[in-house]
Design a protein around this ligand. Structure first.
Ligand SMILES: Nc1ncnc2c1ncn2[C@@H]1O[C@H](COP(=O)(O)OP(=O)(O)OP(=O)(O)O)[C@@H](O)[C@H]1O
Ligand SMILES: [Mg+2]
Length: 219
């Protein structure tokens, strides 16, 4: 199974949720490979610094950095990923504006799309939804499903009107995929790494990740 973390917007939590989900799955005995296709190689460099921090701990999954410059390279990567057992998690870059990454979406089973309740982010997420919908129209065998994950949520912020607006945003996204439980804005989540999931992180992501696991039948 191939799951890609993507949105048209940068800084929404793609990399963070990808690492947390990897840790969450390996803790449940799932075979995981993380493929970092973002030019920034955030997860690759996180793994490097984690190796020093968690010096004698075993690496429970591999992190592979891959540069994708052409659609051909994207196709080759996806063929490899699809042939693997277990779950492949792909961390995509903060923009998917050019067509290079289209094969990644065409060949993924699911996309996890984090977003925030903030005008610019909602606009960009809308653009991303349009891209996926257009692709689905063009490529009939595509079976991609999208999980929209509200991330960075501070329960103390937001007027009654704003909260109603958020709810109606979710209703719109629900027409194009699953809208999961929200992930709170927490210092523990900022400390995510490529080795372990601590108790606090696990409690914060569990409602959302369990939903994803149930729908995808990963376990
Ligand atoms: N739920 C959260 N609570 C607190 N901080 C968070 C949360 N989610 C993400 N962050 C923080 O927000 C910042 C951006 O997150 P991240 O790098 O995962 O986003 P991204 O979508 O991968 O960005 P890019 O588009 O640059 O790749 C990071 O500093 C991360 O620690
Ligand atoms: Mg990232």
């Amino acid at each position: 199974m191939v799951i890609t973390f993507a949105n048209q917007k940068g800084g929404v939590g793609k990399t963070t949720l990808c690492m947390l989900f990897a840790n969450y799955l390996v803790k449940r005995g799932i075979n995981v490979l993380v493929v970092d296709i973002d030019l920034q190689k955030s997860i690759v460099s996180q793994r490097k610094s984690d190796r020093a921090a968690f010096n004698d701990q075993e690496e429970e999954y591999n992190v592979e950095g891959v540069d994708i410059d052409t659609q051909e390279e994207a196709n080759v990567l996806m063929e490899k990923c699809k042939a693997l057992d277990g779950v492949v998690l792909i961390d995509a870059p903060g923009t998917v504006a050019d067509n290079t990454l289209l094969p990644v979406f065409v060949n993924s089973d699911y996309v996890i799309c984090p977003y925030q309740y903030e005008r610019k982010c909602l606009e960009s997420t809308g653009v991303f939804v349009q891209l996926i919908e257009a692709l689905k129209k063009k490529v009939s065998q595509m079976k991609l499903e999208v999980f929209f994950v509200p991330n960075h949520i501070d329960a103390k912020v937001g007027t009654k009107e704003e909260k109603e607006l958020w709810q109606s945003t979710d209703d719109v996204f629900r027409r194009f995929g699953y809208v999961t439980e929200r992930i709170p804005y927490k210092a523990s989540i900022m400390r995510s790494n490529t080795f372990v999931l601590d108790k606090r992180q696990e409690a914060d992501v569990m409602p959302c990740f369990d939903q994803i696991i149930n729908v995808t039948h990963i376990i």
